[in-house]
Design a binder for this molecule. Structure first.
Ligand code: ADP
Length: 397
């Protein structure tokens, strides 16, 4: 069966059509600037040339219609008709405490996703728009919601509560939820599989290091802690997000710089992280590593600070799980960045990890970085959230 995987943002829609039997990607693409002037659809069919269509997309329903047209196009398409799409799997950001696994979408699920919008005001409404747009264009095709938070719902209360008045949890469900759950789930399972083991027998730390970044502790197959919180702002230093800091900084900067809370929120989400720390140099690790290699001290300090934070989280999760068998690195930076690996790997020597420096240069493939016989296995496991969503959608059917 072919499953259409959709990741819908407020003005964009990413998609992949996956054959669930072979798990091959038949086509993927991106509709951008939906509802804004200059809308464009980029469609990449497997084994054929990429093609772009620049045409107004006033709303997501039009975008979905154009995606279907591209998928079924005589020249650029990969299927002959809509009937070859068996189901749609949606990435939905916030499932709150309600959803600890993926579900088939019906009216009541849509209502729940809507109600959870207060916890993810930028994401859940956009996800819902995508669901409605697919329902309009593909009536009768089953749709599934795969939540970014679901995998982390096994965290014990001691890991998800903040040290705040308890009434805020009772009244507003203020607690840590975690994100990137689909990736943490996929990577921890795949890491065990690569080693020929079952994740139920292992203690695994997954480091999802992309533009957004989070770390999770997966103890015998269950997530017991993760670094993102109520929102994706908590935890690691990210591309443009600050990660952990003293909450008092918020007020201090607002007052000194005459910023409103909303403006300060933008600073913490969009202007901080490695972009801010490097004095505005870049949020991209390729630029930062090049600059550091060429003697830029601010870039070197930024990379050192980033890696130190990652190492500290790993250290705390080893204590939380009372041990670790596998440390798995994934996402854009985790899968590729030599500059980050050279700064991060030395921290693992304390765990009895030895490694060959040359191996750290290999990029973008499944790879064990630590030497055989190391007490802890450090490995690269490229993530594949779309495949994980397709698998979960198929399972629900
Ligand atoms: P997201 O999905 O959160 O947008 P990704 O997982 O795609 O992010 O990661 C994007 C980041 O990965 C980029 O900002 C860049 O810093 C890093 N990256 C990608 N390719 C490389 C590479 N070849 N070397 C170093 N860093 C890379």
């Amino acid at each position: 069966m072919n499953i259409l995987v959709i990741n819908c943002g407020s003005s964009s829609l990413k998609y992949q059509l996956i054959d669930s039997e072979s798990e091959n990607v038949l086509a993927k693409g991106l509709a951008e600037r939906i509802g804004i002037e200059g809308s464009v659809l980029t469609h990449s069919p497997a084994g054929k040339d990429k093609f772009t269509r620049q045409e107004p997309m006033p709303d997501h329903s039009v975008a979905v219609r154009m995606v279907i047209e591209a998928l079924t196009d005589k020249e650029h398409g990969v299927i002959s008709s809509l009937s070859e799409i068996g189901a749609v799997g949606h990435r939905v950001v916030h499932g709150g405490e309600k959803f600890d696994h993926a579900v088939l979408i019906n009216d009541s699920v849509m209502k729940d996703i809507e109600e959870l919008s207060s916890l993810a005001p930028l994401h859940n409404p956009a996800n819902l728009i995508g669901i409605r747009a697919c329902a309009e264009n593909m009536p009768g095709v089953p749709q599934a919601a795969v939540f970014d938070t679901a995998f982390h719902q096994t965290m014990p209360k001691k890991a998800y509560m903040y040290g705040l008045p308890y009434e805020f949890y009772e009244k507003y469900k203020i607690r840590r939820y975690g994100f990137h759950g689909t990736s943490h789930d996929y990577v921890s399972a795949r890491a065990a599989e690569i080693l020929g083991k079952d994740r139920k027998d292992l203690k695994i730390i997954v480091c999802h290091l992309g533009n957004g970044g989070s770390i999770s502790a997966v103890d015998h197959g269950k997530c017991v802690d993760t670094s993102m919180g109520l929102t994706p702002l908590e935890g690691l230093i990210m591309g443009t997000r600050s990660g952990d800091m003293d909450p008092a900084v918020f007020d201090f900067i607002c007052e000194k710089e005459n910023l409103s809370p909303a403006e300060m929120n933008t600073v913490l989400n969009k202007k901080s992280g490695v972009l801010g720390l490097s004095g505005g140099l870049s949020s991209d690790f390729r630029d930062l590593c090049d600059a550091a290699d060429n003697g830029n001290e601010l870039a070197a300090m930024t990379l050192d600070t980033y890696c130190y934070r990652v190492a500290k989280y790993i250290g705390s999760y080893i204590m939380a799980m009372q041990g670790v068998d596998i440390i798995a690195l994934t996402a854009g930076i985790g899968e590729n960045s030599y500059g980050v690996r050279t700064r991060l790997m030395p921290y693992f020597k304390y765990l009895g990890v030895s490694y060959d420096e040359e191996k750290l240069k290999i990029r973008g493939e499944e790879l064990v970085l630590s030497d055989p016989g190391s007490k802890v296995t450090v490995m690269i496991v490229p993530t594949n959230e779309e495949l994980a969503i397709a698998r979960q959608t198929l399972e629900l059917l």
